[in-house]
Each structure stands twice: as C-alpha cells, then as structure tokens.
Design a protein around this ligand. Structure first.
Ligand code: ADE
Length: 251
C-alpha cells in the first residue's frame, strides 16, 4: 500500500500525461453565495482550461412542493427547521443516474475536520457531489443512505455549508494537475509534508533599512534550499507544534 502523499504525487504525475477533468456537483439552497469564490482566480482558470467542471444546483429546482420549499419542521419539538428528504433525494438520484460518484459529501460542523490530506485524496477522484447543509441540518435518512463523507472545515458554526463547499472546492481544484502554472507548486505547498512554508521576500533587497536574509542573495541553490527547509522546520515547531509532531512521526 502506498502512503497517501506518495499516491498523490504518483497520481499528479500520471494525470499530467493523461489530463483528466474533475466534475464537482454542488447542491445548495443559496447558489448565489458560491458565485464569487468559484468564478475568479485559480478556480476560474481551471474551469476555463477545462480541467474542472463545477456545476451548482439549486435545491429548490428539485422540490415537488408548489412553493419550492426545501425545509420542514423537525419531529423533535423546538429543534428548528430541517432540510427535507424529498428534494435532496431527487437531486442526488438524478445525478447518480447520469454518472458514478466517488464520494457524496455533506458539509456539516459535526463532520471530519478537513485537511490537506483529504484535499489530496478528493483531487484524485473524477466525480464528487457536495451537499451544503442549512438550517438545523438535513433529514438523517439522507445521511444514512446517501452521504459517504461528512466534512467540517473547522470547529465553529457557519450559517450554511456553502462557504465550506467553496473552501473544499478551492483546495481540491487548485491541486488538480495542470491548474497551477508552476506544476511543482502544489506539491511544495504548506501542509503537503506537514511543514509550514518558509518566509518569502521580493525586491527591493533593502527597504527602509529592513533587509532580506543574505543567504537568499547568495545565488547558491543548495544553501538556499537548506535555509528554506530549516525555516520551515523552525516555523512549524514554533507556530504549529501539533503539526510538527505529525511531521516527526511521518518523516
Ligand atoms: N456548516 C456550518 N458550519 C460548518 C462547518 N464548520 N463546516 C462545514 N459545514 C458547516
């Protein structure tokens, strides 16, 4: 069995030879929230280059209710509104009838906390669905019968799952092979090896008395690489001792 990071590097290398398109279907009651994060910068470039296909579905379009309602009262008294089973089941069934999905994700604060390793794994898939949670959550039967992965983007509560879906999509799409112009940069990101990135500097070499470290001006690639690695280690030790312990374990 390959380690997750090794599988990711292998996949990344092969996928460059055999450019794949990843499809992400996002089901939401508020498609407008996703417009901006998915239509600018690197995600836009990936879509324009045909490397990622991202389709946002308005859950209301799948509601059989004449007022296009997607929520209803909870059977547990006083628990607030719950996303109803019917429109979600219809949306997921329609998508599943058109292609196979590698994962059907539900964004929720009680899911598995998202990290770079999960982003790497998702980036190796062809088709995923992300269902954005809202209100007091979705009918449990959807979780039991359709959802294959529940993801939280951190231990805090958002108004809805759309921002979480945007975070997941952004982090996955940016590492798809061919998306970043410098192909190696996805592999040298912070977190890929459980280390934070080293500090970076640009011109001028001296600004109002503040100097760039001499080593970066030395022109010696080996010295610069060693310096960068040491800086990553020192920064991680100081800023993220939890991550540093992981680095030592997996080194
Ligand atoms: N919905 C509300 N809060 C969330 C969180 N922290 N992560 C994912 N989805 C959420």
């Amino acid at each position: 069995m390959f380690s997750p990071i090794f599988s990711f590097v292998l996949n990344f290398t092969f996928a460059q030879l055999n450019q794949k398109i990843m499809r992400i279907d996002i089901i939401t009651v508020l498609p407008e929230i996703l417009e901006s994060p998915l239509n600018f910068s690197i995600v836009k470039r990936a879509r324009d280059k045909g490397l990622a296909e991202i389709i946002v579905h308005n859950l209301r379009d799948y509601s059989d209710d004449k007022h296009r309602r997607v929520d209803d009262y909870s059977f547990s008294k006083g628990a607030g509104m719950v996303m109803a089973i019917q429109p979600i089941e219809k949306a997921i069934e329609k998508l599943k009838s058109e292609r196979n999905y590698d994962e059907i994700i539900y964004t929720t604060p009680d899911g598995k906390v998202f990290d770079q390793k999960t982003a790497n794994i998702l980036s190796m898939y062809n088709n995923i669905i992300i269902l954005c949670g809202h209100y007091k959550g979705i009918d449990q039967r959807i979780r039991d019968h359709y959802i294959t992965l529940e993801i939280s983007i951190g231990d805090y509560v958002l108004t809805g799952g759309e921002l979480a879906a945007a975070v997941i999509t952004d982090s996955v799409v940016r590492i798809l092979p061919g998306v970043l112009s410098d192909e190696t940069s996805a592999l040298t990101d912070s977190f890929q090896d459980n280390l934070l990135s080293p500090p970076v500097y640009t011109r001028p070499a001296v600004y109002k008395g503040m100097k760039v470290p001499d080593v970066l001006l030395s022109g010696n690639d080996k010295l610069i690489d060693d310096w960068k690695h040491n800086q990553s280690i020192e920064r991680t030790k100081k800023l993220r001792p939890d991550l540093f312990r992981k680095y030592l374990r997996e080194e």
